[in-house]
Design a protein around this ligand. Sequence first.
Ligand code: NI
Length: 141
Amino acid sequence: MVRFSRRYIFCASHRLHVDTLSEEQNRMAFGKCNNPHGHGHNYVLQVTVSGPVDPSTGMVLNMATLDAAVRNTVLDRFDHQNLNFDPLFAAQTSTTENLCREIYHLLVPVLQPVFLRSVRIEETENNFFEYSGTIPAVSAA
Ligand code: NI
């Protein structure tokens, strides 16, 4: 098995806020990220797939196929948008933890049968998050 990772960048804004918490509780939980007007990030998304090397092409997955899947499923949806307005974040905060998980679940069906190993997002140069789905079967590793 070989792992193949590729980076993508998108820009989006968000505000961390939970409607069921008081203003004070929201400020305690999220600090400046709770400011009413929101703020933006240049998110760096790293998508990693893994699988056997196709003997005819020498590749795990064609880069153009991966690019199209990520563009159509993730970049076109989130780039230059307010994450809070996306239905995925109607009932959960738009933290990068949740964004990682949602992007993972958006990509799994469009990449099949290739195995999506992980989705990693750098929110700032010092904060990064990674989601790998449920623990894969040993045979998929
Ligand atoms: Ni933020």
